[in-house]
Design a protein around this ligand. Structure first.
Ligand SMILES: [Fe+2]
Length: 288
């Protein structure tokens, strides 16, 4: 029997993101996956209410935060990973291909402080890497497609897919960002669907599809394999790619893509200050 970590999801209604608190029941060691840094676009003000709520729950449960894990560099929300690193003294892990994402986006944002080597993150995880979380073992599965650096984390019977799979009635994430690819996404998802049917899947976002009126973010491999509207029931690679590319051609840029990516390629750190101490985002015109 695989280990059964405790998992709590925290849904952020502003960005439809789910942050997970996953912990080892035996030791109380915990990881936070994909924490959100709140951002008010109109005032360009960041705040930490969402991640504070996760930390309050962690403390109430008597858990100890051991690490932050990112499934990828998100385009729809800012990450609170650096905030947790500074406030809790924990390392940040992400897929090693984050270097490709940094190489793409650092020039776009004129971010001279960002070197495309991943050093602003603490741990760069390769496909197949394993590391302990208390007495549990976390395994890294490289699942590119949505972005080239996406990873899924398998911890006991729990699988955290980020944006590689959404709920079965919503389907899958777009694959049209730089370095994204629908065919690659299909093949990554096949790796996940080959895991045992009873594996619990925790998805990175939920958006209410027609016919559902409550947010959900937990499903199983077996449910996805049969019921996922984009890829379940033995959907072929060609059919998936055609569907995904047709749909992606209709999607607008995510609302927070410009602030999010320039913060997230810095692991959530704000851009360096100007001589007078103020910090600025850069908004490239007519580029995305
Ligand atoms: Fe994403």
């Amino acid at each position: 029997m695989p280990a059964h970590p405790d998992v709590r999801g925290f849904f952020d209604p502003a960005t439809h993101t789910v942050t997970y608190l996953v912990s080892d029941p035996a030791t109380g060691q915990a990881a936070i996956i994909d924490p959100v840094l709140d951002y008010d676009a109109a005032s360009a003000r960041t705040s930490t209410g969402s991640v504070d709520a996760v930390m309050s729950a962690l403390r109430e449960a008597g858990l100890t935060l051991a690490m932050v894990l990112e499934t990828h560099a998100h385009a729809d929300h800012l990450t609170a990973a650096d905030h947790l690193r500074r406030s809790e003294g924990v390392p940040i892990g992400i897929g090693e291909r984050i270097t490709k994402v940094q190489a793409t986006f650092a020039p776009l944002f004129d971010a001279h402080d960002v070197t495309p080597d991943g050093v602003v993150f603490d741990r760069l995880h390769a496909d197949g890497d394993a590391f302990p979380l208390g007495a549990l073992t976390a395994e890294v599965i490289h699942t590119p497609g949505h972005t080239p650096a996406c990873v899924s984390y398998r911890i006991g019977d729990a699988l955290f897919t980020g944006d590689t799979l959404f709920m079965p009635d919503y389907g899958t994430a777009r694959a049209d960002f730089p370095g994204g690819d629908a065919r690659t996404l299909y093949r990554s998802i096949q790796k996940l669907l080959a895991l045992p049917d009873e594996t619990r899947i925790f998805v990175g976002h939920d958006y209410l599809p027609a016919g559902r009126n409550e947010f959900r973010f937990e499903t199983t491999v077996g449910d996805q394999r049969v019921n996922n509207i984009h890829i379940g029931g033995g959907t072929s690679e060609e059919a998936f790619v055609a569907m995904r590319e047709t749909r992606d051609a209709t999607l607008k840029a995510p609302q927070l893509i410009l602030p999010a990516l320039q913060i997230n390629i810095r692991a959530g750190a704000l851009p360096p200050p100007e001589p007078d101490g103020r910090r600025f985002l850069k908004i490239p015109l007519n580029t995305i």
